[in-house]
Design a protein around this ligand. Structure first.
Ligand code: C5P
Length: 227
């Protein structure tokens, strides 16, 4: 089947407190978005790459990302809206591999492991994830006081890419959005529809760049990847 990568890249990245959206910060001489696009473009099993960009985003042109063999769509209000816009041109039998612009350290082998799910009869797709490493606390709402300690066993960080049949994912995101559900990744929309979603143990180097302290760490991981 055809596999199309969809990159939501229309966020503002307010937690980074930078002078531009975080996907346009430079790591080892290339923007974060360019690292991410290149990783997906170079994967042998990915047929097409679609990027959702804020309408009128001046940085996108400035970095000549338009010269890459990708398709560009408008981003939306929430991440799920951006992903939905990206899915609109996909065919009935295509698979969508959704990957955050802010995760440039993704490794080819992790993408390949996730793509093996296409052959599964047990699940309707899946996601990369890593087990949590810290002890997890629940806080009493709107306080800084601990309510209790969560059982860490079986708790995972949901990463991207997330891989689903495009037809099912489109409907799941549309339903989730119309119900006003809190959809922070593709799997949460699929779970709400009752689909079985697999967890694939991925590399902890696949961080989502969020805070300034993540930048040198991502540069380190990118250097390792290409060494
Ligand atoms: O804000 P957060 O880091 O969770 O965003 C995850 C990804 O979704 C980022 O790559 C961001 O650019 C993208 N996004 C988007 N459209 C939005 C909000 C976020 O494409 N409205």
């Amino acid at each position: 089947p055809r596999v199309v990568a969809v990159i939501p890249a229309a966020g503002v990245g307010s937690r980074m407190q930078a002078d531009r959206p975080k996907q346009y910060l430079t790591l080892n001489g290339k923007t974060i978005l360019e690292h991410t696009i290149d990783a997906l473009l170079h994967h042998p099993l990915i047929d097409d790459v679609i990027v959702a960009i804020t309408p009128g985003d001046a940085y996108f042109d400035q970095y000549r990302l338009r010269e890459k063999p990708i398709h560009v769509v408008d981003g939306g209000k929430e991440r799920a809206d951006s992903v939905l816009n990206g899915l609109m041109s996909l065919g009935e039998n295509d698979w969508a591999l959704v990957h955050d612009a802010a995760r440039p350290c993704i490794e080819e082998s992790d993408i390949s492991a996730l793509l093996e799910l296409i052959n599964s009869d047990e699940v309707s797709g899946g996601i990369l994830a890593t087990p949590v490493r810290d002890t997890m606390k629940r806080v009493k709402s709107s306080t800084n006081v601990i309510s209790h300690t969560e059982d860490r066993d079986g708790l995972w960080h949901a990463l991207t890419p997330q891989l689903f049949p495009a037809r099912l994912l489109k409907r799941a995101l549309q339903n989730g959005l119309s119900q006003g559900a809190n959809i922070t990744d593709e799997a949460s929309a699929m779970e709400l529809e009752g689909y079985k979603v697999a967890m694939v143990n991925g590399s902890p180097a696949n961080i989502k760049i969020t805070h300034p302290a993540d930048l040198p760490l991502a540069e380190f991981y990118l250097k390792q990847k290409f060494s």
